[in-house]
Write a protein that binds this ligand. Structure first.
Ligand code: ZN
Ligand code: ZN
Length: 357
């Protein structure tokens, strides 16, 4: 994900420099480092530089090792400990003059600043303390997101996560909230985006708010919403069958209503029942038809990030031992966990008996 694209999108949306900087702050928390008091973003054109200078705390030229940096600087805030600097740089004094003239024509004065002045602007002396306070809060805000992301990484096609920080407030309207909303952007793999929204905006985002469309636009891929145009039953079945044959190397035995039965070469059988993302089950059976393990969405167990859960061992004594499954209710996305269950089943087979080919 490129912060530069976020800036371009913000400008296309006619957000001013300050609002653009706020959007950058939302993403920027993922990039903050304890030892770096500045989030520096190089800008590609003088027009964008001007745009950012117009809302900036300070605009100046800073010379470092013979390179001129033309900076639009936004000072640290209560919720973001590092200064953001949007800059163009060059060693060419003529170019500096040219860009400078363009910026000044638009009413912005910016002169050189020395090391001491720069250090004061970014308040680097206070950064360590600001960072520590911010980091504590960040960890608390993202704890639940991190847990979900960890599970999704293990069991599904998700491999990245971004937390959009809004400091314990709704990202859209700023009302205090402790609700977490996530949506997942699918390209080759999935990137899960977490944010805080109030109840109203959570409901709105589920109707594909401009916010999420907006996020989707510059993060690429298609956003999957829990209530995106539901796939038709035929489409869902077709996709499940494809994932079963192509990715899980099964032969389809039968398809009945919303249920697909497929078999591995070893005889281990997978039965997928898929009514909706909130009503589904994946069953793993032995060649003799004995139930071995299952993922399902029934709200019968108290699990974190539930109700979706996995029964790893359906023998009598352990059948009610469940763990959060972190699954989406879509075979294609949940392949990792299904494959793991299949492999566990096949591992037991080869221990207990010879595989009959
Ligand atoms: Zn809100
Ligand atoms: Zn269950």
């Amino acid at each position: 994900m490129k912060l530069n694209d976020v800036i371009k999108d913000c400008i296309n949306l006619k957000l001013d420099g300050c609002a653009t900087d706020s959007a950058i702050q939302c993403f920027g928390g993922n990039l903050l480092e304890e030892k770096r008091p500045v989030l520096a973003i190089e800008i590609s054109t003088k027009e964008i530089l001007l745009w950012m200078m117009q809302g900036a705390t300070n605009a100046h030229i800073y010379i470092s090792a013979g390179v001129f940096h033309m900076n639009a600087l936004y000072g640290p805030t209560e919720s973001f400990p590092a200064a953001r600097i949007y800059f163009m740089k060059t060693e060419n004094l003529l170019l500096v003059g040219k860009i400078g003239a363009y910026i000044e024509q638009h009413g912005i004065r910016f002169g050189p600043v020395n090391d001491a002045g720069f250090s004061k602007l970014i308040d680097d002396a206070g950064y360590a303390q600001r960072y520590e306070a911010w980091h504590e809060k960040w960890k608390a805000d993202t704890r639940s997101f991190d847990g979900l992301l960890g599970g999704r990484r293990e069991n599904t096609a998700v491999d990245q996560g971004i937390w959009l920080s809004s400091d314990g407030r709704c990202l859209v309207c700023g009302v205090k909230t402790d609700r977490m909303a996530t949506s997942t952007v699918w390209g080759k793999s999935g990137m899960m985006i977490g944010m805080q929204l109030c109840l109203t905006h959570e409901a709105e985002s589920q109707k594909q708010s401009t916010l999420l469309n907006y996020l989707a636009k510059h993060l690429g891929g298609t956003v999957m919403f829990s209530n995106m145009r539901p796939r038709t039953a035929e489409e869902a079945l077709e996709q499940a069958c494809e994932a079963l044959t192509v990715n899980l190397e099964c032969t389809i035995v039968k398809v009945e209503e919303q249920t697909v039965t497929a078999r591995r070469k070893t005889g281990v059988t997978v039965v997928i029942r898929q009514h909706s993302p909130s009503n589904y089950a994946y069953n793993i059976l032995s060649p003799e038809g004995k139930q071995l393990s299952r993922v399902d969405s029934a709200n019968h167990h108290k699990v974190p990030y539930g109700p979706d859960h996995v029964h790893s061992d359906l023998r009598k004594s352990t059948k009610n031992v469940v763990k959060a499954s972190f699954t989406y209710g879509d075979v294609g996305l949940d392949l990792k966990l299904i494959l793991k269950l299949i492999q566990e089943a096949e591992g037991k087979l080869s221990n207990n008996q010879k595989v009959i080919h």
